[in-house]
Design a binder for this molecule. Sequence first.
Ligand code: PHE
Length: 343
Amino acid sequence: MQNKFEELKAQALLAIKAIKDSAELVALENKLLGRKSGELTNLMKGLKDLGDGVKKTVGQLANTIKIEIEASLASKRRELQTADWSVAMEKERLDISQPSLPPQERGHFHPNTIIQKDLEDLFSTMGFMVLDGPELESDYYNFTALNISANHPARDSQDTFYIKGHSNWVMRTHTSPVQVRGPQKYGVPIRAIVPGKCYRNEATDVRHEHTFYQLDGIVIDKGINLSHMKGVLEAVAKHLYGPETKVRMRPKYYPFVEPGVNGEVTCFLCKGQGCRLCKKTGWLEIFGAGPMHPNVLKEGGVDPKEYQGFAFGFGLTRLVMLKYGIDDIRLLESGNLKFLEQF
Ligand code: PHE
Protein backbone atom coordinates (compact mmCIF):
# COMPACT_ATOMS: atom_id res chain seq x y z
CA MET A 1 0.00 0.00 0.00
CA GLN A 2 2.73 2.43 0.98
CA ASN A 3 4.50 1.63 -2.28
CA LYS A 4 1.43 2.37 -4.28
CA PHE A 5 1.23 5.84 -2.71
CA GLU A 6 4.94 6.50 -3.32
CA GLU A 7 4.57 5.35 -6.92
CA LEU A 8 1.57 7.54 -7.52
CA LYS A 9 3.42 10.49 -6.01
CA ALA A 10 6.45 9.98 -8.25
CA GLN A 11 4.30 9.69 -11.38
CA ALA A 12 2.14 12.66 -10.38
CA LEU A 13 5.12 14.97 -9.77
CA LEU A 14 6.62 14.02 -13.13
CA ALA A 15 3.30 14.59 -14.91
CA ILE A 16 2.87 17.99 -13.22
CA LYS A 17 6.34 19.00 -14.35
CA ALA A 18 5.46 18.20 -17.96
CA ILE A 19 2.30 20.34 -18.03
CA LYS A 20 2.36 23.06 -20.70
CA ASP A 21 -0.86 24.99 -20.28
CA SER A 22 -3.72 25.52 -17.90
CA ALA A 23 -6.05 23.12 -19.74
CA GLU A 24 -3.62 20.29 -19.07
CA LEU A 25 -3.31 21.42 -15.49
CA VAL A 26 -7.05 21.23 -14.88
CA ALA A 27 -7.23 17.81 -16.54
CA LEU A 28 -4.42 16.37 -14.43
CA GLU A 29 -5.79 17.87 -11.26
CA ASN A 30 -9.04 16.04 -11.96
CA LYS A 31 -7.30 12.83 -12.84
CA LEU A 32 -5.42 12.79 -9.54
CA LEU A 33 -7.67 14.47 -7.02
CA GLY A 34 -11.13 14.29 -8.60
CA ARG A 35 -13.70 13.54 -5.91
CA LYS A 36 -15.31 10.57 -7.54
CA SER A 37 -12.53 8.79 -9.34
CA GLY A 38 -9.30 10.68 -8.86
CA GLU A 39 -6.39 8.23 -8.64
CA LEU A 40 -5.25 9.49 -5.24
CA THR A 41 -8.84 9.72 -4.04
CA ASN A 42 -9.41 6.07 -4.98
CA LEU A 43 -6.23 4.96 -3.26
CA MET A 44 -7.22 6.79 -0.10
CA LYS A 45 -10.61 5.10 -0.16
CA GLY A 46 -8.71 1.82 0.28
CA LEU A 47 -7.29 3.01 3.65
CA LYS A 48 -10.38 2.01 5.54
CA ASP A 49 -9.69 -1.68 4.81
CA LEU A 50 -6.26 -1.59 6.46
CA GLY A 51 -5.57 -2.93 9.87
CA ASP A 52 -5.48 -0.38 12.68
CA GLY A 53 -1.70 -0.40 13.09
CA VAL A 54 -0.77 0.35 9.48
CA LYS A 55 -3.77 2.54 8.84
CA LYS A 56 -2.29 5.38 10.90
CA THR A 57 1.18 5.35 9.25
CA VAL A 58 -0.14 4.90 5.75
CA GLY A 59 -2.86 7.42 6.40
CA GLN A 60 -0.31 10.03 7.46
CA LEU A 61 1.83 9.25 4.43
CA ALA A 62 -1.20 9.56 2.14
CA ASN A 63 -2.02 12.99 3.60
CA THR A 64 1.53 14.27 3.17
CA ILE A 65 1.55 13.06 -0.42
CA LYS A 66 -1.77 14.75 -1.10
CA ILE A 67 -0.43 18.02 0.31
CA GLU A 68 2.75 17.70 -1.77
CA ILE A 69 0.79 17.06 -4.97
CA GLU A 70 -1.51 20.01 -4.26
CA ALA A 71 1.49 22.24 -3.59
CA SER A 72 3.16 21.12 -6.78
CA LEU A 73 -0.03 21.82 -8.78
CA ALA A 74 -0.33 25.26 -7.19
CA SER A 75 3.23 26.14 -8.03
CA LYS A 76 2.69 24.98 -11.62
CA ARG A 77 -0.40 27.19 -11.79
CA ARG A 78 1.62 30.24 -10.70
CA GLU A 79 4.32 29.40 -13.22
CA LEU A 80 1.75 29.24 -16.05
CA GLN A 81 0.19 32.53 -14.98
CA THR A 82 3.53 34.28 -15.02
CA ALA A 83 4.18 32.91 -18.49
CA ASP A 84 0.78 34.17 -19.71
CA TRP A 85 1.52 37.55 -18.22
CA SER A 86 4.85 37.90 -19.93
CA VAL A 87 3.31 36.91 -23.28
CA ALA A 88 0.77 39.68 -22.82
CA MET A 89 3.49 42.12 -21.82
CA GLU A 90 5.50 41.23 -24.89
CA LYS A 91 2.46 41.80 -27.09
CA GLU A 92 1.93 45.27 -25.69
CA ARG A 93 5.55 46.20 -25.62
CA LEU A 94 6.15 49.74 -26.80
CA ASP A 95 9.52 50.63 -28.15
CA ILE A 96 9.71 54.34 -27.46
CA SER A 97 13.08 54.61 -29.17
CA GLN A 98 11.58 53.52 -32.52
CA PRO A 99 11.63 56.35 -35.11
CA SER A 100 8.12 57.67 -35.85
CA LEU A 101 6.25 56.67 -39.01
CA PRO A 102 6.03 59.29 -41.76
CA PRO A 103 2.89 61.45 -41.24
CA GLN A 104 -0.26 60.22 -43.01
CA GLU A 105 -1.29 62.43 -45.91
CA ARG A 106 -4.56 64.20 -45.24
CA GLY A 107 -7.03 65.37 -47.86
CA HIS A 108 -8.46 68.87 -47.91
CA PHE A 109 -11.28 70.82 -49.47
CA HIS A 110 -11.30 71.83 -53.11
CA PRO A 111 -10.91 75.63 -53.45
CA ASN A 112 -14.53 75.83 -54.71
CA THR A 113 -15.70 74.17 -51.52
CA ILE A 114 -13.61 76.48 -49.34
CA ILE A 115 -15.31 79.59 -50.78
CA GLN A 116 -18.73 77.92 -50.83
CA LYS A 117 -18.54 76.99 -47.14
CA ASP A 118 -17.30 80.45 -46.24
CA LEU A 119 -20.30 82.08 -47.95
CA GLU A 120 -22.74 79.53 -46.53
CA ASP A 121 -21.52 80.53 -43.06
CA LEU A 122 -21.87 84.22 -43.82
CA PHE A 123 -25.40 83.89 -45.23
CA SER A 124 -26.46 81.63 -42.36
CA THR A 125 -25.54 84.38 -39.90
CA MET A 126 -27.82 86.70 -41.90
CA GLY A 127 -30.72 84.26 -41.54
CA PHE A 128 -30.61 82.67 -44.99
CA MET A 129 -31.46 79.01 -45.53
CA VAL A 130 -28.95 77.03 -47.59
CA LEU A 131 -30.91 75.15 -50.26
CA ASP A 132 -30.08 72.63 -52.92
CA GLY A 133 -31.54 72.28 -56.39
CA PRO A 134 -31.29 69.56 -59.03
CA GLU A 135 -28.42 69.80 -61.52
CA LEU A 136 -30.56 68.05 -64.13
CA GLU A 137 -33.29 70.66 -64.23
CA SER A 138 -36.50 71.01 -66.17
CA ASP A 139 -36.63 73.45 -69.05
CA TYR A 140 -39.48 75.05 -67.12
CA TYR A 141 -37.50 75.91 -63.97
CA ASN A 142 -34.26 76.74 -65.75
CA PHE A 143 -35.84 79.07 -68.32
CA THR A 144 -39.61 79.45 -68.65
CA ALA A 145 -40.41 80.10 -64.97
CA LEU A 146 -37.60 82.67 -64.96
CA ASN A 147 -39.35 84.74 -67.60
CA ILE A 148 -37.28 83.25 -70.42
CA SER A 149 -39.87 81.97 -72.88
CA ALA A 150 -39.24 79.31 -75.50
CA ASN A 151 -37.89 81.63 -78.19
CA HIS A 152 -36.28 84.19 -75.91
CA PRO A 153 -32.83 85.29 -77.14
CA ALA A 154 -31.45 84.88 -73.60
CA ARG A 155 -31.47 81.13 -74.25
CA ASP A 156 -28.77 81.62 -76.85
CA SER A 157 -26.26 82.89 -74.33
CA GLN A 158 -27.01 79.97 -72.04
CA ASP A 159 -26.74 76.97 -74.34
CA THR A 160 -26.29 73.81 -72.32
CA PHE A 161 -26.38 70.02 -72.44
CA TYR A 162 -29.61 68.24 -73.20
CA ILE A 163 -30.74 64.70 -72.57
CA LYS A 164 -31.38 62.66 -75.72
CA GLY A 165 -35.06 61.98 -76.16
CA HIS A 166 -36.01 64.21 -73.17
CA SER A 167 -36.27 67.69 -74.58
CA ASN A 168 -37.81 68.99 -71.36
CA TRP A 169 -34.66 68.43 -69.32
CA VAL A 170 -31.44 70.44 -69.31
CA MET A 171 -28.28 70.54 -67.25
CA ARG A 172 -29.01 73.73 -65.32
CA THR A 173 -27.22 76.78 -66.69
CA HIS A 174 -27.44 78.72 -63.43
CA THR A 175 -28.58 78.28 -59.82
CA SER A 176 -31.43 80.75 -60.42
CA PRO A 177 -34.26 78.15 -60.54
CA VAL A 178 -34.30 78.56 -56.74
CA GLN A 179 -36.05 81.91 -57.30
CA VAL A 180 -39.13 79.85 -58.12
CA ARG A 181 -38.43 76.55 -56.34
CA GLY A 182 -37.66 78.30 -53.03
CA PRO A 183 -40.97 80.14 -52.50
CA GLN A 184 -42.92 77.22 -54.05
CA LYS A 185 -41.58 74.87 -51.44
CA TYR A 186 -41.15 77.10 -48.38
CA GLY A 187 -43.61 79.96 -49.03
CA VAL A 188 -42.92 83.57 -48.11
CA PRO A 189 -41.29 85.43 -46.45
CA ILE A 190 -38.10 83.66 -47.39
CA ARG A 191 -34.34 84.20 -47.34
CA ALA A 192 -32.35 81.52 -49.09
CA ILE A 193 -29.18 80.82 -51.02
CA VAL A 194 -28.38 77.98 -53.41
CA PRO A 195 -24.74 77.25 -54.11
CA GLY A 196 -23.96 74.64 -56.72
CA LYS A 197 -22.70 73.29 -60.00
CA CYS A 198 -23.89 74.70 -63.30
CA TYR A 199 -23.25 73.71 -66.90
CA ARG A 200 -23.00 75.46 -70.23
CA ASN A 201 -22.07 74.36 -73.70
CA GLU A 202 -18.92 76.46 -74.03
CA ALA A 203 -15.98 76.41 -76.37
CA THR A 204 -13.60 76.09 -73.43
CA ASP A 205 -10.63 78.39 -72.92
CA VAL A 206 -8.92 80.07 -69.95
CA ARG A 207 -12.12 81.94 -69.09
CA HIS A 208 -14.82 79.47 -70.18
CA GLU A 209 -15.57 76.01 -68.81
CA HIS A 210 -18.51 73.65 -69.33
CA THR A 211 -18.83 73.09 -65.57
CA PHE A 212 -18.66 75.89 -63.01
CA TYR A 213 -20.18 77.05 -59.73
CA GLN A 214 -22.65 79.77 -58.87
CA LEU A 215 -24.39 80.96 -55.74
CA ASP A 216 -27.86 82.42 -56.13
CA GLY A 217 -29.83 84.06 -53.38
CA ILE A 218 -33.31 85.45 -52.80
CA VAL A 219 -35.05 87.58 -50.23
CA ILE A 220 -38.84 87.89 -50.48
CA ASP A 221 -40.87 89.80 -47.92
CA LYS A 222 -43.26 92.73 -47.58
CA GLY A 223 -41.70 96.13 -48.35
CA ILE A 224 -38.39 94.88 -49.75
CA ASN A 225 -36.59 97.50 -51.86
CA LEU A 226 -33.27 98.22 -53.58
CA SER A 227 -31.62 99.47 -50.40
CA HIS A 228 -32.07 96.02 -48.77
CA MET A 229 -30.45 94.46 -51.81
CA LYS A 230 -27.52 96.88 -51.69
CA GLY A 231 -27.11 96.27 -47.95
CA VAL A 232 -26.87 92.51 -48.34
CA LEU A 233 -24.51 92.67 -51.32
CA GLU A 234 -22.26 95.19 -49.58
CA ALA A 235 -22.08 92.94 -46.54
CA VAL A 236 -20.94 90.08 -48.78
CA ALA A 237 -18.36 92.25 -50.58
CA LYS A 238 -16.90 93.52 -47.29
CA HIS A 239 -16.80 90.00 -45.90
CA LEU A 240 -14.88 88.83 -48.96
CA TYR A 241 -12.50 91.74 -49.53
CA GLY A 242 -12.37 93.87 -46.39
CA PRO A 243 -14.27 96.81 -44.85
CA GLU A 244 -13.11 99.47 -47.34
CA THR A 245 -14.56 97.60 -50.30
CA LYS A 246 -17.12 99.56 -52.32
CA VAL A 247 -19.94 98.12 -54.42
CA ARG A 248 -21.01 99.59 -57.76
CA MET A 249 -24.19 98.55 -59.56
CA ARG A 250 -24.80 99.31 -63.21
CA PRO A 251 -27.76 98.38 -65.38
CA LYS A 252 -27.65 94.99 -67.06
CA TYR A 253 -30.41 92.93 -68.55
CA TYR A 254 -31.53 89.71 -66.91
CA PRO A 255 -35.05 88.55 -67.83
CA PHE A 256 -35.92 87.47 -64.26
CA VAL A 257 -35.18 90.78 -62.50
CA GLU A 258 -36.43 94.29 -63.13
CA PRO A 259 -34.31 96.37 -63.27
CA GLY A 260 -31.27 94.14 -63.58
CA VAL A 261 -27.86 95.17 -62.33
CA ASN A 262 -24.33 94.09 -62.86
CA GLY A 263 -22.46 94.24 -59.53
CA GLU A 264 -18.84 95.22 -59.19
CA VAL A 265 -16.54 95.68 -56.20
CA THR A 266 -13.40 97.77 -55.89
CA CYS A 267 -10.42 95.65 -56.90
CA PHE A 268 -8.93 94.13 -53.74
CA LEU A 269 -5.47 93.94 -55.28
CA CYS A 270 -4.96 97.57 -56.31
CA LYS A 271 -7.68 99.03 -54.06
CA GLY A 272 -9.33 100.60 -57.09
CA GLN A 273 -6.17 102.12 -58.63
CA GLY A 274 -6.27 99.89 -61.72
CA CYS A 275 -4.07 96.83 -62.21
CA ARG A 276 -3.68 93.65 -64.25
CA LEU A 277 -6.35 91.78 -62.24
CA CYS A 278 -9.07 94.39 -62.82
CA LYS A 279 -7.82 95.19 -66.33
CA LYS A 280 -6.97 98.75 -65.24
CA THR A 281 -10.59 99.57 -64.38
CA GLY A 282 -10.29 99.42 -60.58
CA TRP A 283 -13.46 97.27 -60.47
CA LEU A 284 -14.16 93.54 -60.44
CA GLU A 285 -17.48 92.18 -61.66
CA ILE A 286 -18.69 89.49 -59.26
CA PHE A 287 -22.49 89.30 -59.29
CA GLY A 288 -25.74 89.96 -61.11
CA ALA A 289 -28.82 91.07 -59.20
CA GLY A 290 -32.08 92.97 -59.18
CA PRO A 291 -35.60 93.19 -57.78
CA MET A 292 -37.48 90.02 -58.71
CA HIS A 293 -39.67 90.26 -61.78
CA PRO A 294 -43.42 90.06 -60.96
CA ASN A 295 -43.78 87.14 -63.39
CA VAL A 296 -41.17 85.17 -61.48
CA LEU A 297 -42.84 85.90 -58.14
CA LYS A 298 -46.13 84.70 -59.62
CA GLU A 299 -44.52 81.44 -60.80
CA GLY A 300 -43.35 80.91 -57.23
CA GLY A 301 -46.93 81.31 -56.00
CA VAL A 302 -46.28 84.79 -54.57
CA ASP A 303 -48.58 87.78 -55.06
CA PRO A 304 -46.32 90.59 -56.40
CA LYS A 305 -48.77 93.22 -55.17
CA GLU A 306 -48.25 92.07 -51.61
CA TYR A 307 -44.65 90.86 -51.61
CA GLN A 308 -41.45 92.16 -53.13
CA GLY A 309 -38.12 90.48 -53.44
CA PHE A 310 -34.64 90.66 -54.83
CA ALA A 311 -32.42 88.01 -56.33
CA PHE A 312 -28.69 87.86 -56.85
CA GLY A 313 -26.23 85.47 -58.36
CA PHE A 314 -22.51 85.24 -57.63
CA GLY A 315 -20.08 83.50 -59.90
CA LEU A 316 -18.56 81.24 -57.23
CA THR A 317 -15.92 80.01 -59.64
CA ARG A 318 -15.04 83.60 -60.44
CA LEU A 319 -14.62 84.37 -56.72
CA VAL A 320 -12.30 81.38 -56.37
CA MET A 321 -10.17 82.49 -59.33
CA LEU A 322 -9.90 86.02 -57.96
CA LYS A 323 -9.06 84.90 -54.45
CA TYR A 324 -6.30 82.51 -55.43
CA GLY A 325 -5.08 84.29 -58.56
CA ILE A 326 -5.99 81.33 -60.81
CA ASP A 327 -5.71 82.40 -64.44
CA ASP A 328 -7.05 79.29 -66.18
CA ILE A 329 -10.58 78.23 -65.18
CA ARG A 330 -10.04 74.73 -66.61
CA LEU A 331 -7.61 73.85 -63.80
CA LEU A 332 -10.46 73.79 -61.29
CA GLU A 333 -12.25 70.82 -62.86
CA SER A 334 -9.10 69.11 -64.12
CA GLY A 335 -8.54 66.81 -61.16
CA ASN A 336 -4.86 67.70 -61.47
CA LEU A 337 -3.30 66.95 -58.07
CA LYS A 338 -0.24 69.15 -58.69
CA PHE A 339 -2.68 72.05 -58.96
CA LEU A 340 -5.05 71.02 -56.15
CA GLU A 341 -2.34 70.31 -53.58
CA GLN A 342 -1.56 74.03 -53.43
CA PHE A 343 -4.72 74.89 -51.50
N1 PHE B 1 -28.42 83.70 -63.27
C1 PHE B 1 -27.63 84.82 -63.73
C2 PHE B 1 -26.46 84.26 -64.55
O1 PHE B 1 -26.30 83.11 -64.66
C3 PHE B 1 -27.11 85.64 -62.56
C4 PHE B 1 -28.18 86.36 -61.82
C5 PHE B 1 -28.80 85.77 -60.75
C6 PHE B 1 -28.56 87.64 -62.18
C7 PHE B 1 -29.78 86.41 -60.03
C8 PHE B 1 -29.55 88.28 -61.50
C9 PHE B 1 -30.17 87.69 -60.45
O2 PHE B 1 -25.69 85.00 -65.10
